[in-house]
Write a protein that binds this ligand. Structure first.
Ligand code: PHE
Ligand code: ZN
Length: 847
């Protein structure tokens, strides 16, 4: 990577000019759209002297004027420069772009005949010349001219007529929040009255055929609006809120002001086509995008290094929302599970970066689990350290102080310091130091006094050799040997590299329950025994730690099976039996407690223990452990399965979906003993996608399900979202030796479309999820992925860059595999015309 391409946080300079008002006219045409802009510029009194520059990429400049005078600017592939007057002035330009040829899906593009935009992070510069940076905020007035029946943009509607519509957004916003949609769409309408009595018109815009699949999304939107008023005192601020579903979208969804644009898979749902998991995701993402209206839009980011300021906070808010709507412990287990499986992987490899990165080449490569999920964990720690009331007070101050501004992480921490009087300078390291801290635990007990010594240490990450200690909340509880809580949960504040805490007056040596509720995103290392883990799995009062203990126990036995040739441990099997018999426990929680760590996480453990991960061996051990559970507990599994059947009409709520999760978990184990009979029966009678997909998964995992796959395809071939699931399940659950062949065959399936991100993720992106298949000793999985990276990069660099992250774990494997992966990365690096997106990823992942 040449140094001139790298952008540094330290180099931030304020914009030389601010935009007072942005007026845009779009004359839409599939291959020759004209964009006419009129921008009112004002010199920024707080900026150093600099040349006038507007971003612009892949634009054809037709004409430009300053204060009405035609000019001939200097144009490069990055933007435009020209001489400007000393005072305020008006810049006008007309450019031409081709939405139909835009396969990158950044800027203005077409998805299934619908015009739509995606501007975050730097897509607006593909629409017109503009200071495309988040600290330049302006009110927008937009006119759309097209014969499409529905013409939308941000803000309130300002007028419409035959072939045109005008929109006015009074709230100053950066260009990345601009949006435009035009197409043959139908509205699923709704309404909301804000706490202060303002009526808001709500619309979810979809293709006519999808109108029946919007009720749930609308309910979720209304719940989100209410929740943000109640929990954060934040009201909606326009007369109308529009949300559009499109089939081609690089990410999940986008929070454009007053006009959210969604990947259709996160809007459309019916019981027959969406699983319970999809419903939960839809609810969370609708909330997430809506919550951005305050955390992201009203207060935005000064520059892209501050991305977590809006994303970490908004993820934290959507997590709180889901905990309130559903089960808080289950949600915590899901989120902590994601941190462990995905964020720790990123933080422990070549792509590790701080929550606030210090440099980047392509910002699109930093929409990561670290910026989002670890960013949310950092806010969760802050919440735990100051407590819920102080947190709310700090947020009130944040909104009061920074509304209408482009803020920084410093601004964010300052409101907490000012409103609580706390010093957060050490806490701030969570934003600047990458890597997952290790928390080593030592315990001693004497004369009724228990001493807990915690030592924190964070391994080096790229560009950061040495780390300073973090300020972290560690929630601990102590259990008596009889299972009672001897010391209820306390939050210990760790600030030193090594710190001791004592607990007095205990009758017997207690059993430690540490990092309850995943209070800090760290890896706890400690000497324990299988018996202690089984005890915590059975008796801990903290649901997250019960789950965690079950995981630890499973890992222990899996390691023994892999390296000592042991048979599955009786302690583990017995503990699972107890969980199955705990009829009073929330079914969703019971289902989670039965799950095993994934193969990829087990590979990480192997590497952490100093061994080369052997994907085939990991797969085999995990499969035989499932067989053993299934054999040992047939009766209990059958009872669990029966008990988990739901009654009455389908509802995607927490209660019913918890039961179905448990039923499917039991079914998957039962299938290993009954040849799939129960699963076939469930598949045949299922009236919802959760049960049919659960049955199909159970069958695929035992190498069966041919007939069901065919029936499924027959029924759903017209539904692209269901076909995505059909494809990804086949790849993920194929026997390792068949995974590549199945993937290859699907790329030739008529429903496959190499330009659609959802389909690419469902097929190419699913292969690495079949760890033993992807890492096949032949190296063919690696070559296959590399071929697709090169191919996809020419169509959609963002998606190619994302798919490439499958290689980030290369160091975990043996020498042979490492060489093969590096050879493929080298091949990609040499591909002609490689995008900046993919190039940066490959450079970071190469040795
Ligand atoms: N800002 C979006 C979100 O988190 C994500 C996104 C980023 C979407 C970039 C598209 C492009 O809600
Ligand atoms: Zn977001």
């Amino acid at each position: 990577m040449s140094d001139t391409e790298t952008i540094h946080l330290a180099d931030y300079t304020p914009p030389g000019w601010l935009v007072e008002r942005t007026e845009l006219t779009f004359r839409l045409h599939p291959t020759a759209t004209r964009v006419i802009s009129r921008l009112r510029f004002r010199r920024n009194p707080r900026a150093p002297e600099q040349a006038f520059f507007l971003h612009g990429e892949d634009l054809t400049l037709i004409s430009a004027r300053i204060d009405g005078q035609e000019i001939t600017p200097e144009v490069t592939d990055k933007g435009l420069t020209c001489d400007v007057p000393a005072g305020d002035f008006t810049f006008e330009a007309e450019v031409e772009i081709s939405p139909e040829d835009n396969t990158r899906l950044e800027g203005l593009y077409m998805s299934g005949g619908i015009y739509c935009t995606q501007c975050e992070a730097e897509g607006f510069r593909r629409i017109t010349y503009y200071p495309d940076r988040p600290d330049v905020m302006a009110p927008f007035h937009v006119r759309v001219e097209s014969d499409m029946p529905v013409l939308l943009s941000n803000g309130n509607k300002a007028g419409e007529g035959e072939g045109w519509a005008e929109w006015d957004d009074p709230w100053p916003k950066p260009a990345y929040l601009f949006a435009l949609v035009a197409g043959d769409l139908k509205a699923h309408p709704g309404a909301f009255t804000t706490a202060s009595g303002k009526d808001v018109e709500l619309n979810i815009w979809v293709r006519e055929a999808d109108l029946g699949k919007c009720d749930f999304a609308m309910e979720a939107l209304i719940k989100s609006m209410r929740w943000d008023e109640e929990k954060y005192g934040r009201e909606y601020d326009l007369d109308i809120f529009n949300l559009v579903a499109v089939s081609d979208f690089n990410m999940g969804a986008m929070e454009n002001k007053g006009l959210n644009i969604f990947n259709s898979k996160l809007v459309l749902a019916s019981p027959e086509t969406a699983t319970d998991g999809t419903y939960e995701r839809i609810e969370a993402v609708i909330a997430h995008e809506y919550f951005h209206n305050w955390t992201g839009n009203r207060i935005t980011c000064r520059d892209w290094f501050q991305l977590s300021l809006k994303e970490g906070l908004t993820v934290f808010r959507d997590q709180q929302f889901t905990s309130d709507m559903r089960s808080a412990p289950v949600k915590r287990i899901e989120d902590a599970g994601l941190m462990r499986s995905h964020q720790f992987r990123e933080d422990g490899g070549p792509l590790a970066h701080p929550v606030r990165p210090e440099s980047f080449v392509e910002i699109n490569n930093f929409y990561t689990v670290t910026v989002y999920e670890k960013g949310a964990e950092v806010i969760g720690m802050l919440h735990r350290l100051v407590g819920p009331e102080a947190y709310r007070k700090a947020l009130d101050l944040y909104f009061e102080r920074h509304d209408g501004e482009a803020a920084t992480v410093e601004d964010w921490l300052r409101v907490f310091e000012d409103s609580t009087g706390r010093d957060l300078s050490q806490f701030k390291r969570w934003y600047s130091q990458a890597g997952t801290p290790r928390l080593n635990v030592e315990e001693s007990f004497k004369d009724g006094t228990y001493t807990l010594t915690l030592e924190q240490q964070t391994p080096p990450t790229p560009g950061q050799e040495r780390k300073l200690p973090f300020h972290m909340p560690v929630a601990v509880g102590l259990l008596s040997p009889n299972g009672d809580e001897a010391v209820p949960t306390q939050v210990l504040e760790l600030t030193e590299p090594r710190q001791s805490f004592t607990f007095e007056g205990l009758g017997a040596r207690p059993i430690l329950s540490i990092n309850r509720d995943f209070s800090a995103p760290v890896i706890v290392t400690r000497k324990t025994t299988a018996a202690e883990e089984a005890f915590l799995l059975a008796s801990d009062t903290d649901p997250f730690n019960r789950w965690d203990a079950g995981r630890a126990l499973a890992r222990r036995t899996l390691q023994q099976m892999m390296h000592e040739g042991s048979s599955p441990s009786h302690v583990y099997l017995g503990a699972i039996g107890q969980v199955l018999a705990e009829h009073g426990l929330d079914p969703a929680l019971r289902a989670r407690l039965l799950g095993l760590p994934g193969e990829d996480e087990l590979a990480a453990d192997e590497a952490a223990a100093g061994r080369a991960a052997d994907p085939a061996r990991i797969h085999k051990a995990r499969e035989s452990l499932k067989d053993a559970v299934a054999r040992m507990h047939v009766g209990a599994l059958q009872r669990t399965y029966m008990e988990a059947q739901t009654e009455g009409p389908y509802a995607p709520d927490a209660e019913q979906s918890g039961k179905r999760l448990l039923a499917n978990a039991a079914l998957s184990l039962l299938s290993r003993g009954d040849g799939g009979d129960t699963a076939r029966e469930q598949f045949a009678r299922a009236d919802n996608m959760t049960l049919s997909l659960g049955a199909l998964q159970a069958l695929l995992s035992i190498g069966s399900g041919e007939a069901e796959l065919a029936a499924f395809e027959e029924r759903w071939r017209g539904d692209e979202l269901v076909m995505d699931m059909w494809m990804s399940q086949q790849v993920q659950l194929a026997a390792p030796e068949r995974a590549l062949e199945v993937t290859r065959r699907l790329t030739e399936h008529p429903a496959f479309n190499a330009k659609n991100p959802n389909r690419l993720r469902a097929v190419i992106g699913a292969l690495p999820a079949n760890a033993a298949g992807f890492h096949d000793a032949s190296g063919e999985g690696y070559a296959f992925l590399a071929d697709w990276l090169i191919r996809t990069d020419k169509v959609n660099p963002q998606i190619a860059a994302r798919l490439s992250t499958a290689f980030q774990t290369w160091k975990r494997y043996g020498e042979r595999r490492q060489e093969m992966i590096q050879a493929q990365l080298a091949r990609v690096a040499e591909a002609e015309g490689l995008s900046r997106d993919l190039r940066e990823m490959v450079v970071r992942m190469r040795a």
